[in-house]
Write a protein that binds this ligand. Structure first.
Ligand SMILES: N[C@@H](CCC(=O)N[C@@H](CS)C(=O)NCC(=O)O)C(=O)O
Length: 261
């Protein structure tokens, strides 16, 4: 794992005591008086981007550790100790290391009482429903599109074709949904932090634009434009080299460090 730490806030980060993804707080030693920050294990334009967007939107201090995909650092014993699935992202928190994008986003929202309706708010019911849909339906379908060889031996063409069809129907369904006020919200919720990158990946890495034109879903296109206009998003886009229109008209990332794959 390549560790990139800002010089002024260098953590003493050892992995000997990492057990089942939970990092003993004692292993993160900071100069006295400095609180333990959040640490995002990320690769540019990976699912960690969703978490970075939420961290920026919340205005929380955090540090990053680059997971060097070029050397498969996410499959290294050190990384597997944080996330035995070998998938990016992981967020280290004072309460332990947490994996799964949707879980991290909900944890951040609930802890900060922002970006998601409160547990007892009436809107929570559909907000929760759509978070699970993003994590359990849309994201896995994209994974089938990006990593078809993980789902079938031999010819991946049929998996790719089926995933493409599923993705189109998912986006049709989302675009027509009546219980998604977050698509029109000026201030993003965690749903926006999750969906924005997924629209980007569909356009860039889904196998060409023959099937995917965001303009086919005007509501989603308007959402993407609104999201990328935010200063917090611009900051995240700069950090990962995503260009000026990362969601509505994405260009391949040109990150200052690391690689997308
Ligand atoms: N369900 C996981 C999926 C994360 C995921 O697919 N991460 C990708 C990067 S965007 C990854 O680590 N891919 C490497 C691999 O599949 O081996 C989550 O939401 O955290």
């Amino acid at each position: 794992m390549t560790i990139s730490q800002p010089r002024e806030r260098r953590a003493h980060f050892t992995l000997q005591n990492v057990v089942f993804g939970k990092l003993a707080n004692a292993e993160m030693q900071y100069p006295s008086g400095m609180s333990i920050p959040l640490r995002l294990h990320y690769a540019p334009d990976n699912a960690s981007l969703c978490v970075r967007l939420a961290l920026e939107e919340l205005g929380l201090p955090y540090e990053t550790t680059l997971v060097d995909r070029a050397i498969q650092a996410h499959k290294s014993p050190a990384y597997l100790a944080l996330n035995p699935n070998g998938l990016i992202p992981v967020l280290e928190t004072p309460q332990g290391a947490i994996f799964e994008t949707g879980a991290i986003l909900m944890w951040l929202a609930d802890r900060n009482a922002r970006l998601m309706p409160a547990v007892d708010a009436p809107e929570r019911i559909y907000a929760t429903q759509w978070m699970f849909w993003l994590a359990n339906t849309l994201h896995p379908t994209l994974r089938m599109l990006f990593y078809p060889a993980q789902y079938v031996d031999g010819d991946t063409g049929p998996v790719h074709k089926k995933a493409t069809e599923r993705l189109v129907s998912h986006l049709d369904l989302l675009s027509a949904a009546q219980t998604t006020p977050w698509l029109e919200d000026d201030a993003p919720t965690i749903h926006a932090c999750y969906l924005g990158p997924m629209l980007r990946w569909a356009a860039l890495y889904g196998g060409g634009d023959a099937w995917f034109q965001l303009q086919d879903w005007p509501r989603l296109e308007a959402f993407a434009k609104r999201l990328e206009a935010r200063d917090t998003v611009k900051k995240a886009a700069l950090a990962e080299g995503l260009g000026p229109t990362p969601f509505s008209a994405p260009a391949p990332c040109n990150p200052p460090e690391g690689s997308m794959l």
